[in-house]
Ligand binder design. Structure first.
Ligand code: GLN
Length: 470
């Protein structure tokens, strides 16, 4: 009830697209009854959670923040959503995002931009008074980052304890950093993507946003594992773990990739990054500079692979099976075209066009195949560093703290996501696990996150180190 009340009083953040008050209260009551009558409890029993609106939820509208899917009610739930419910979690609602998770600001969905709760915090130097509606004019509120900005804002504003996001190029870690919460991108293949509406199938993973690293471990434990409905999940059984309190980091080797001193990295973030490295050094860890030379190609390479997969994935939205269907129906062809013109925003349409261009018979070898090869080189860079004995990489998550909305929308979306994803994207190419953990506040009083990157399927080690740092 408290969470639901808080969702109402923070409506101006625009974090939620759908709130399922009645079912949430019913779930909470059932959970309480289980508790009172001494029945066995799930690890998430009674815990209020939220889910990004690109995960299918049976009986609950699932929009991807797109005109195309407004009103679409899936007949089944994503495996991860079902697993949350099976563990007793109370689902409060579906959170806002960039349309089809394409973006890094949570500013591009049809339901309007998400506001960063920190814009209204006492610490923010330009602290704002909340306006009653997201569309109201004011200037200095800062973005949440994205595309899982609704989930990050939901956790950050205490309306829920954990939220699901998705991460294809940084969409869980980026908003986590900007909103001062923990954001975990698990190893590709550890958690089922069944029911996650795809962006780039070969890179998408469900992400976990929580208030602290321990909570992320608990949620991970309830989601991970093989799913017969997702052939890319690994067969090995996953054992949920509790995180130890690490006292000795002297056996750890922490790598600082020099290429992550990226153009545009703010001096403030650089200083916090060095401070974190010093913290490990002073505690006895072996902190060394490492090189990931192909990092600089990751954004261009991502653009080709992402748009190619988008072109293919978006073909299913033809006005027949799902959501929106145009009235312009003189012929089947014109109905398809009009539906897609009306249903998708510029970003989505642009990516479909680029992707089809890269996949043309005469371009395929030069773009798509080449990008696949570059992707391998990017992944190999990480493998080499880990094989040389480095346990964990430490980098910033974002180039700066969150920028005001008015500033963010001045630039064209492509330039923006190219800049914003530079520190998070390569990890998705390699399928590795990574976590963003809040560190100090910036001078403007906004949260800054640092990123730890681990070896494939070594979530326990990754989270243990992140917890030590936290
Ligand atoms: N910003 C990237 C994009 O727009 C990544 C988004 C994501 O991780 N979902 O594609």
């Amino acid at each position: 009830q408290r969470c639901l009340a808080l969702i109402k009083s923070t409506k101006f953040l625009n974090a939620y697209i759908t709130v399922v008050e009645e079912t949430a209260l019913k779930q909470a009551e059932e959970s309480e009854k289980r508790y009172r009558t001494g029945q066995p409890l799930g690890v998430l029993d009674g815990i209020p959670v939220a889910v990004k609106d690109n995960f299918s939820t049976a009986g609950i509208e699932t929009t991807c923040a797109s005109e195309m899917l407004k009103g679409y009610i899936p007949p089944y739930s994503a495996t991860v959503v079902q697993k949350l419910l099976d563990q007793g979690a109370v689902l409060l609602g579906k959170t806002n995002l960039d349309e089809f998770a394409m973006g890094s600001g949570s500013t591009d969905g049809v339901f309007g931009p998400v506001r960063n709760p920190w814009s209204y915090s006492r610490q923010y130097k330009e602290k704002l008074v909340p306006k009653s509606h997201p569309e109201d004019e004011d200037s200095n509120w800062v973005i949440t980052g994205g595309s899982s900005g609704g989930s990050a804002a939901a956790v950050s504003s205490f309306t829920c304890f954990a939220a699901l996001g998705s991460d294809t190029g940084g969409s869980t870690r980026n908003p986590a950093a900007h909103c001062g919460v923990v954001g975990l991108k698990p190893t590709y293949g550890l958690i089922s993507r069944h029911g996650l509406i795809p962006l780039v199938n070969s890179m998408d993973v469900p992400g976990i946003l929580t208030r602290c690293v321990d909570d992320a471990a608990v949620v991970l434990g309830s989601l991970a594992g093989h799913d017969p409905k997702d052939s890319t999940t690994v067969q090995d059984s996953f054992k949920p773990f509790e995180l130890p309190n690490l006292t000795d980091v002297s056996k750890l080797s922490i790598g600082i990739p020099k290429e992550y001193h990226a153009p545009g990295l703010s001096s403030e973030i650089l200083a916090l990054w060095s401070k974190a490295a010093d913290l490990f050094k002073n505690a006895g860890a072996n902190v060394i500079e490492v090189s990931l030379p192909h990092t600089r190609y990751s954004i261009v390479c991502y653009h080709v692979l992402c748009t190619a997969e988008v072109a293919s994935n978006m073909a299913r939205f033809d006005g027949l099976e799902y959501g929106h269907r145009s009235d312009m129906n003189k012929s089947t062809e014109s109905m398809y075209a009009a539906t897609r013109r009306e249903g998708f925003n510029d970003v989505v349409r642009g990516r479909i066009l680029s992707g089809n261009y890269f996949l043309l018979k005469q371009n395929y070898e030069n773009y798509f195949v080449k990008a696949q090869k570059v992707r391998r080189l990017i992944a190999n860079d990480f493998m080499k560093v880990f094989r040389s004995g480095v346990d964990i990489l430490l980098t910033p998550t974002t180039l700066s703290d969150a920028v005001p909305y008015t500033e963010f929308i001045k630039e064209d979306n492509r330039t923006r996501s190219a800049q914003d994803d530079i520190l998070t994207q390569a990890v998705n190419m390699a399928g590795l696990p990574a976590i963003s953990v809040p560190t100090a506040l910036s001078e403007r009083g906004l949260p800054v996150g640092l990123q730890f990157i681990g070896r494939s399927f070594q979530e326990k080690q990754l989270l243990t180190v992140a917890k030590w740092f936290e």
